[in-house]
Design a protein around this ligand. Sequence first.
Ligand code: FES
Length: 113
Amino acid sequence: MAKIKFIFEDNSIPEVNVNIEALDKSLLELTEELDIHLNHNCGGVCACSTCHVYIHQGDQYLEAISDKEEDFIDRAINPKLESRLACQCIVLEESAEIEVEIPDQKRIIGHEH
Ligand code: FES
């Protein structure tokens, strides 16, 4: 089981801590399973930037960033060094410990679920 903590830029949303079967799933898929609102306009194929998140901890447990992902991160709102696109963050180890921050979704025009 992977240990994943979701925190939210919108601090009216309480953090979510889970132990979950995560191997080979993307962080976007996990947000859907957990009913956490994260936009994903392109449907999770690395062709938008609406699933932008910040990985505060555990990046080493995720599939490495690609050049294409970096290009789309540049178009996200407020990109930082720890930025990733959740649909491209495949969990590679069942014992992963990851902390993810979800940007304020009210600032992003997108589709959820
Ligand atoms: S959903 Fe479009 S890049 Fe992740």
